[in-house]
Design a protein around this ligand. Structure first.
Ligand code: MN
Length: 381
């Protein structure tokens, strides 16, 4: 093989034709074995910057945490049976032992029990409003206690109405928290604007201070002190948003990354911008509210209100990894897993996707996970 142009031209030719340096490097083996030695050194020079571009991950060893798990078998915030079985499905799938295997200390407090409440019909805007108000109080107290005890609180839903209580309880201990809301839906409908009366579409409306002028009716939830600022909240994954919700998002200036922005910017830029917008200094505790319907139904179909065009499994893993790297997760809700919906395969997939999100947000990494103080001496242990 002979070349009639200079090394530089040759290298440029390769780069132009192989699109970029990274692609180019994958051809390096072939190229190195074909070229004569003079050209080989030219290729090696080109590969040098490539090694700098593709960084070797130097991740920390897993940071051990104390985690309190609270099951919230709540299904009255919507109208489909089965979502109350979410906590059992996640536990049966080994969520607790897998978290322990990462090295964390887990306290599983079991499920919160909810007594039946006689409904009056004075508050028709929120279906099961009396029950859900009592339930929210219980959830708030449970979450508050876990966080007071110095544990990260994981609530296993249950439908998304549980987050009114979970956030309310969390804020009592960590008033400085920020919220990352990962969901297909904005869940910010004031009761008077809700088309369904289902509370799982309203949980944020009771809590956001700036939204209260638009709340004509809080019904049994008048005990909930609005305790969160619209600027402490960021949405990721929205794609099924009611007009009133869209109007409120704009009016209150809530930082929002719908699937449209995600398509525009890519998941890495979205995460970086989302976290730095709600907390520019990167110091505040994070409450992650993870609705499984944020994922595409092809990945997590066993959920009550699926919406097409959602997050991929990889994007959900990336979100969890980046939040894990902040080291500031303080509470996690995993909601809307409904093990009675869809085929058996869909059910299993949905549960394992939810479990994987939890494991990753608590330190499991796709590049490999290092247990605390792990080293290898080269000898059998
Ligand atoms: Mn939701």
């Amino acid at each position: 093989m002979s070349f009639h142009f200079s090394q530089r031209t040759f290298c440029n030719h390769l780069l132009n034709n192989f699109i970029n340096r990274r692609t180019f490097s994958s051809f390096s083996y072939v190229i190195k074995n074909v070229l004569n030695s003079q050209h080989r050194s030219c290729v090696n020079n080109l590969l040098r910057p490539t090694r700098q571009v593709v960084q070797v991950s130097t991740r920390r060893h897993i940071h051990l945490q104390k985690i309190g798990v609270v099951g919230v078998p709540l299904n009255k915030g919507q109208d489909k049976q089965g979502v109350e079985l979410g906590p059992k499905a996640l536990r049966d799938n080994g969520l607790i032992t897998s978290l322990e295997d990462l090295g964390h200390r887990i306290n599983d407090y079991g499920n919160i029990e909810f007594e039946n409440i006689e409904e009056d019909d004075k508050q028709p805007l929120i279906k099961n409003g009396q029950f859900l108000s009592h339930a929210s109080k219980k959830i708030s107290n449970a979450v508050k206690k876990v966080i007071q005890d110095g544990e990260i609180c994981v609530t296993l839903g249950g439908d998304h109405s549980l987050t009114t209580g979970a956030l309310h309880g969390h804020v009592q201990v960590q008033p400085d928290l920020v919220i990352v809301w990962i969901d297909a839906h904005a869940d910010i409908n004031p009761p008077a604007a809700s088309l369904t009366g289902h509370m799982h579409g309203m949980p944020l409306s009771f809590l956001i201070k700036e939204l209260q002028p638009y709340m004509s009716e809080v019904g049994p939830f008048d005990w909930v002190e609005p305790c969160i600022s619209a600027h402490d909240l960021v949405y990721i994954g929205l794609r099924d948003v009611d007009a009133v919700e869209r109007w409120l998002i704009e009016k209150l200036g809530i930082c929002t990354f719908s699937m449209q922005e995600l398509d525009d910017l890519g998941i890495a830029a979205v995460l970086k911008t989302a976290l730095s917008t709600v907390d520019p200094e990167g110091k505040r505790p994070i409450h992650v509210s993870f609705d499984i319907d944020s994922l595409d139904p092809s990945v997590a179909g066993s959920t009550g209100t699926p919406a097409r065009g959602g997050l991929t499994y990889r994007e959900s893993q990336y979100i969890a990894e980046v939040i894990a790297q902040t080291g500031r997760i303080s509470a996690l809700d995993i909601v809307e897993v409904n093990p009675l919906l869809g085929t058996q395969m869909e059910q299993e997939k949905t549960i394992s996707v939810a479990k994987d999100f939890a494991l990753t947000i608590f330190g499991k990494q796709r590049c490999g996970t290092l247990p605390p103080r792990f080293t290898f001496s080269g000898r059998p242990s």
